[in-house]
Design a protein around this ligand. Structure first.
Ligand SMILES: Cc1ncc(C[n+]2csc(CCOP(=O)(O)OP(=O)(O)O)c2C)c(N)n1
Length: 391
């Protein structure tokens, strides 16, 4: 890996209208570029230097390795939040970072609070001292998805979606697995992905589709929303109908809060009291068109038909309750390896997974980094084990 400088691009690059400058800067330097989940698509994802979304241990290991082994990581417009840092599993050495956003410029541990973010990027672009590296070693983003035969899987949904979206697609996703899954969606144009990955409040996507469609009438809005999030704000379909908008809405109907189930909430009663809803029928009732989708072929057909419709459509995508996206699978595996519920005491013990025997360093890192409060938020009755205390 000849390159030792990388870019991590976040949402403020879009908010300050700096996409063109950042692309130019990356090309002049010949460096690999990744984004955060919040900043996804602020850098064009079909660019040959774009390697994917960085999300700590939860993200693509290839992206993680490039970011975490950089001698210098330039974090542009970045917010260091739990979601952007893969639930605090990121291993970024502050001594090898330059962080520039609207609040500050920070080089290693030195703060420069009076430097404007936009000026910083512009001045950098104009610097005569930029050293160009050969970017030919960079492998562009490769979504971790597989086509599927028979009943649909999340990976199959993402595979079909990647084949379907084009330059005129504006993606809107909700939180839960749709947000994690988006790691493996490759959008086309810059700024073509919207997700509330900062506060991560469920219920964004359907009202968000109204705003997206009104704000950008030349692109087609495609929504990815979980059944749980849809049930919070799905009544906004009536607004969509009233305004004559035609988003294509994919409801990931896994009959529950699957992302919570994957991350340690298996015991919670509310996971087992989820209502069964016919989302396709609901769409028809509200004046749109509904499709029930169980196979990849049905998904392809439904997407093609929905694209021709002048009205909104809802694709009720029936998934197994335990089926998750590649990204959520990885996060779930991490939790399963490290957190084991002791059923008799209802306490949580930190344990090393058997299949993880040669991964001593990672485990040590994980213990050192993850915060008690992070686990405690996710796992009820969490108590660090005496013999393996968390910091
Ligand atoms: C307003 C709000 N309430 C609760 C949560 C906690 N939460 C995060 S993900 C999630 C489950 C999402 O379920 P669903 O929309 O069905 O998506 P899935 O993960 O099942 O694909 C919940 C309850 C939240 N983020 N926001």
């Amino acid at each position: 890996m000849p390159n030792r400088l990388s870019f991590l691009v976040d949402v403020e690059v879009h908010r300050f209208g700096l996409q063109t400058q950042v692309v130019e800067l990356a090309e002049r330097l010949g460096v690999p570029v990744c984004s955060t989940l919040l900043g996804k698509s602020a850098f064009p994802e079909h660019h040959p230097q774009y390697i994917g979304v960085y999300n700590g241990e939860a993200g693509d290991p290839r992206v993680r390795d490039i970011v975490e082994s950089s001698d210098c990581l330039l974090m542009l417009g970045a917010f260091l939040t739990d979601i952007n840092l893969g639930m605090f599993t990121a291993n970024i050495d502050p001594c090898r970072t330059v962080l520039a956003n609207s609040e500050r410029v920070r080089i290693r541990h030195h703060e420069y609070s009076n430097v404007e973010f936009a000026s910083f990027v512009q001045e950098l672009c104009q610097s005569p001292d930029l050293l160009h590296r050969d970017p030919s070693w960079i492998v562009p983003m490769q979504p971790r998805v597989q086509p599927c035969d028979g009943l649909l899987t999340m990976s199959g949904v993402l595979y079909e979606l990647n084949a379907f979206i084009d330059d005129e697609t504006l993606m809107v996703t909700d939180v839960g697995d749709p947000m994690f899954a988006a790691t493996d969606i490759k959008t086309h144009e810059g700024t073509s992905f919207l997700c509330p990955a900062y506060y991560a409040s469920m219920g964004f996507a359907i009202p968000g589709a109204v705003g997206a469609a009104l704000g950008d009438p030349f692109r087609r809005v495609v929504v990815l929303v979980g059944d749980g999030a849809f049930l919070m704000t799905g009544m906004e379909l009536l607004t969509i109908k009233r305004l004559g908008l035609n988003p294509i809405i994919l409801v990931l109907n896994n009959r529950g809060y699957t992302s919570l189930r994957t991350m340690g909430h298996q015991q919670a009663t509310y996971l087992h009291q989820f209502p069964e809803v016919d989302f396709a029928q609901l769409a028809t009732t509200f004046g749109g068109v509904g499709f029930v989708v169980e196979t990849a072929e049905q998904l392809r057909l439904a997407l093609a038909k929905a694209k021709e419709l002048p009205t909104f459509s809802v694709l009720d995508i029936r998934l197994r309750p335990d089926d998750v996206s590649p990204a959520l699978q990885r996060l779930g595996d991490l939790f399963a390896q490290r957190l084991r519920v002791n059923e008799s005491t209802q306490a949580i013990t930190v344990s090393k997974g058997l299949d993880d025997a040669d991964d001593e360093d990672r485990l040590a890192f994980f213990r050192a980094r993850i915060k008690d409060r992070c686990i405690a938020k996710i796992v009820p009755n969490f108590q660090p084990q005496q013999s393996a205390p968390l910091p």
